[in-house]
Design a protein around this ligand. Sequence first.
Ligand code: NQM
Length: 354
Amino acid sequence: MRPASGIPCMLMRGGTSKGAYFLAADLPDDADERADLMLRVMGSPDPTQIDGLGGAHPLTSKVAIISPSTEPGIDIDYLFLQIAVDSRQVGTTQTCGNLLAGVGPFAVERGLVAPSASEAAVRIRLMNTGDTAIAVFPVQNGLPMYDGDASIDGVPGSAAAIEIEMTGGSRPLLPTGNVSDMVGGHRATLIDNGMPTALVAADELGIVGDESPADLESHSDLAAAVERIRVLAGALMGLGDVSGQTVPKVVLLSPPRLGGAIATRAFIPTRVHTSIGVLMAASVAAGVSIPGAVGESLAVHSDADAILIEHPSGTFPARVSVNTDDLGTWHARSMSLRTARKIFDGTVFPRPHP
Ligand code: NQM
């Protein structure tokens, strides 16, 4: 029998997510062939993903595909794939700001970027959205340093800091041009600071806003209400029919309880995030900074340089600034602190076709 052929793969934690990182050159060019291969790598569809690398949750069923960029001023192209756990869907409509944290270190590990003696500054194009980012992290002897003193809520222990500055794309921050819209009878702010997101006050949906993800997931009427808002919001945001897609996200907002600025529960879109995505946090932080937006009056504002976004496992400091241009259009800039870790580097053997 012909031996199964494997593919070079690095498993990394990126922020509060985990995923398989590949060089594009090691994968098929054809998108359908690549999607089929990644379903077999992750062990999908299967609620336990028992026969693959996936961790049976959307936050651990992710893929990053990396290639040298042809774009002037950019080092690396990063394509993100969301691999569904129990269906055959492979989503390309969203990016992932958490896996983004591992992209720079992976590029250095694979020799795509030559760092300076003590630091790497990797310029990354996010292929799913067209946004760009610069990731800065420490290196030693030409390789990323993963150990360090930075800690992020949702990840035990500490690791080396990765500073990520989003340099933005051409999409508008408020895709409908409005600070808020009525969406299926609910007031929502539709915002895209790297991740298309609908901000809705938790009490609009009969929720306090401090419930656990498991609690919220067990509430089927809530799931249906969130999905209704999401599909209507997607159309208003110009995303077309988003049924079955992973964007926009819906984030329920309530007053802070942990000394932060605002409390969040993020639907991604059916499971409830155990913390919050990086770009979702950036979108919430931008939203609550805009006068009249949903959440602005629920938030506790301060002069601190980070807006502390509360989530189910702690807080996320989002350094976001918003401003309007001469035409009155809102824009945002975002910085975030993440960590990442190489978990294994080797060869993955995809499940064969049935
Ligand atoms: O918003 C989860 C995550 C994400 C997205 C999801 C993310 C972000 O936490 O930047 O990172 O939206 O499914 O990994």
